[in-house]
Design a protein around this ligand. Structure first.
Ligand code: COA
Length: 323
């Protein structure tokens, strides 16, 4: 029988520098009140020069391996989800591979914006189930502060930097057979590419690119698509809302998170929220939130956790995991 994959450990890294809404409002025409009311964000972390995507991804990966009781020798593959790679190539995943001292297997970067971690987990799960890999690091690492347009107050107040990671491994004989990644579902709709995008890239002369977002439209799609993704995950597993112990949603906006929690009938204390302190860290947001709730003891082994995210592309998806 082919193995299931077990989410064996998680970890995160946040840059040292914290920037509050009040600090931001000294240089941007905004206010703490507006940002809090519309998004729930109070502060975010911004990377300094040495805190690159690879640096933060490596720190998060080390923490995930330590949490799993694993070492670099257990890693066959590294999937790093990011929209802000350090270089066009080599893949940031391979900078992490070198830093960790992993000397076998393969690695690559994955571009699916804020849904990148869910995409990465889906790919890792497929590789483990097919026997292509036995131990996979899935990392989300982002430095959005380097692609924000500081003249656009509608977007620059919403994002932060950071990294989160999980170590996923093939189940072995000692594992409880109810444990593991039960399902992943990923989706995309390229026709909606112009509601949230970066208007440049390394390949475009003199245009490194800034983030552009039509917030209201993204909001509308987020609420609909994420609700569908949740129902799809539950139906695929023959489960209902009542089976879910924890929702770990993408951390873009408190109002979207609250709406999802309500739809699932979950009390607020069963929904992990970090957007108030981290803002939107894109591909890093779900693994960072998961790592926080694991580390402080809220999410326990055996709990059923629903992960979901939506991002530019549009991309979206869900994962149902028993820890
Ligand atoms: N500070 C103060 N005022 C601001 C502001 C800021 N940072 N940003 C925008 N405003 C103003 C606008 O200029 C506008 O003023 P006007 O009515 O005088 O023209 C007003 O606030 C409303 O702007 P709008 O963009 O329509 O606000 P909104 O209610 O749609 O909220 C978002 C904006 C971004 C918070 C909201 O659309 C959202 O959360 N969208 C989804 C974002 C998301 O999930 N993205 C990530 C997916 S990965």
């Amino acid at each position: 029988m082919l193995p299931r994959s077990i989410l064996a450990g998680c970890g995160g890294y946040l840059p040292e520098r914290i920037v509050t809404n009040d600090e931001l409002s000294r240089t941007v025409d905004t206010s703490d009140e507006w940002i809090r009311d519309r998004t729930g964000i109070r502060q975010r972390h911004f990377a300094s020069k040495h805190e690159t995507t690879a640096f933060m991804g490596t720190a998060a990966a080390r923490a995930a391996l330590a949490d799993a009781g694993a070492t670099a020798a257990d890693v066959d593959a590294i999937i790093l989800a990011t929209s802000t790679p350090d270089q066009a190539f080599p893949a940031t995943a391979l900078r992490v591979q070198a830093e960790l001292g992993v000397t076998k297997g393969f690695g690559f970067d994955l571009s699916a914006a804020c849904a990148g971690f869910i995409y990465g987990l889906s790919v890792a799960d497929g590789m483990i189930r097919s026997g292509q890999a036995r131990g996979v690091l899935v990392i989300g690492s982002e430095v959005y502060s380097r692609i924000l347009n500081w003249q656009d107050r509608g977007t620059c107040v919403l994002f932060g930097d950071g990294a989160g990671a999980v170590f996923v491994r093939a189940a072995n004989a000692e594992d409880d057979d109810r444990r593991g990644v039960l399902s992943t579902h990923i989706h995309a709709q390229g026709t909606l590419g112009d509601i949230l995008y970066v208007d440049g890239a390394v390949g475009q002369p003199d245009k490194p690119g800034h983030l552009v977002m039509h917030g209201r439209e993204v909001f509308r799609h987020a609420v609909t698509r994420l609700a569908e993704a949740v129902e799809e995950a539950l139906a695929a597993n023959g489960m209902t809302h009542a089976d879910i112990d924890w929702l770990v949603p993408h951390q873009a906006n408190r109002r979207i998170i609250d709406a999802m929690g309500k739809k699932l009938g979950l009390p607020p204390e069963r929904v992990v929220v970090t957007v108030d302190r981290h803002a939107n860290t894109s591909a890093a947001s779900v693994p960072l939130a998961l790592a926080e709730a694991r580390a402080d003891g809220r999410i326990k082994s055996g709990d059923l956790v629903l992960l979901e995210a939506l991002g530019g592309g549009l991309t979206w998806g869900s994962a149902l995991v028993r820890l």
